[in-house]
Design a protein around this ligand. Structure first.
Ligand code: AMP
Ligand code: MG
Length: 351
């Protein structure tokens, strides 16, 4: 009798699974622009266009909200964002949006693990470089950079979780979330999509890619292109490709000297600044990091771009599952053994 019931349950479960299965999976794509200065493209496998549209509309809304909260250059009506914080926090405690407090707490936890390479309180120095890139008439004077560097101590940022307020104890301090915000936001969106009706997806947001569950077309992994630092981004023949990475449930994030820069006196001045020299880090062309969490991948790629190789390896190895690929100034490529296992240049496939 007992066996009979078990069998019956199994049969009815099976039946309901077949009934639920409904339409087969199909691949859908959408893109939008306007968040984090980049095109965001989402590819997903869903049983209907309707499901895809619903899940990606929620993803876009979340990206838009987080873009506003982490924006350091623009005020938005009713949003206690990074811009407002930088304007007001030297005068006393400022209430911030909960998503901003979360990211600041995350950075407080993570920064000590990155060998001093990434400091979100480096804003005063980064502004000098930002202004130069906007209007490159004369190189920033070292004295100006050194003066700015007197105001970059993250300990001078008082985070009060209870009251949801932030205060700068140094009135000249500024926060800059450029090294982490896009990846952190992408991870928030990815977590929501993994819990949605469409957990098989990939999000591309500029140099930040986050793959969800594997594709539903027989492939085991998604294919992510690593750009050639000297490639033409408009190329459609693959000539802008340095390598391919095959992965699922992971992020692939690149920091590179070709992503944001100006040429001045025939030299490239890009956006990743060494806290030690106060100059654009110049030992590498690009670094790509693979690790599950996109916020961590974003922090790590910026850190590894700045750090000397030995320190970079120590930092990387302190994060289980993290892999990296370095592109050197002579265009040669160095990668960890784990990275070799997932790159097409070393024979990997997405099967
Ligand atoms: P990413 O493209 O993720 O490597 O981040 C680069 C961005 O991070 C820059 O545009 C700056 O806004 C910011 N940034 C640059 N250098 C640093 C640094 N050493 N620490 C923290 N943020 C930085
Ligand atoms: Mg980064």
């Amino acid at each position: 009798m007992k066996r009979c019931i078990v069998l019956l349950v199994a049969v009815s479960l099976c039946f309901s699974m077949t009934a639920c299965a409904g339409e087969p999976y199909a691949k859908y794509t959408m893109s939008f622009f306007g968040t984090f200065d980049t095109f965001v493209t989402i590819i997903g496998f869903a049983r209907s266009q309707e499901t895809f549209d619903k899940v990606t509309a929620a993803a876009q809304t979340r990206f838009e909200r987080l873009h506003q909260v982490y924006d350091g250059y623009t005020a938005y009506e009713g949003v206690a964002n990074l811009y407002a914080l930088n304007q007001e926090a030297a005068k006393g405690p400022v209430r911030v949006e909960p998503e901003l407090m979360e990211l600041l707490l995350y950075c407080r936890e993570m920064q000590p693990k990155l060998a001093g390479a990434v400091n979100i309180a480096l804003g005063a120095v980064l502004r000098v470089w930002h202004d130069f890139r906007e209007d490159p008439v004369a190189l920033p004077e070292m004295k100006k950079l050194q003066d700015a560097a007197k105001h970059i101590n993250f300990d001078d940022v008082k985070l009060d979780e209870e009251s949801g307020t932030v205060e700068f104890l140094d009135p000249a301090l500024k926060l800059d979330l450029g090294a982490v915000a896009k990846g952190y936001a992408t991870e928030v969106v990815a977590k929501e999509m993994l819990a949605s009706e469409m957990p098989s997806f990939i999000i591309g947001a500029g140099g930040n890619v986050r793959a969800g569950n594997p594709p539903k077309d027989g492939r085991k992994r998604w294919t992510v292109q690593v750009e050639d630092p000297d490639g033409n981004v408009f190329a459609t023949d693959g000539s802008d490709r340095l390598d391919l990475i095959y992965t699922a449930n992971a992020s692939v994030v690149t920091s590179g000297d070709y992503q944001r820069y100006v040429m001045f006196d025939e030299k490239r001045y890009h956006h990743i600044i060494s806290p030690e020299t106060l100059m654009p880090a110049d030992a590498l062309r690009a670094v790509t990091v693979v690790v599950e969490d996109s916020g961590l991948a974003d922090l790590l790629s910026t850190a590894l771009f700045i750090l000397p190789y030995d320190t970079a390896m120590e930092v990387l190895q302190s994060f289980p599952g993290a892999e990296a690929m370095w592109v050197l100034p002579d265009r040669s490529v160095v990668m960890t053994d784990g990275m070799k296992k997932i790159t097409s240049s070393h024979g990997a496939t997405n099967k």
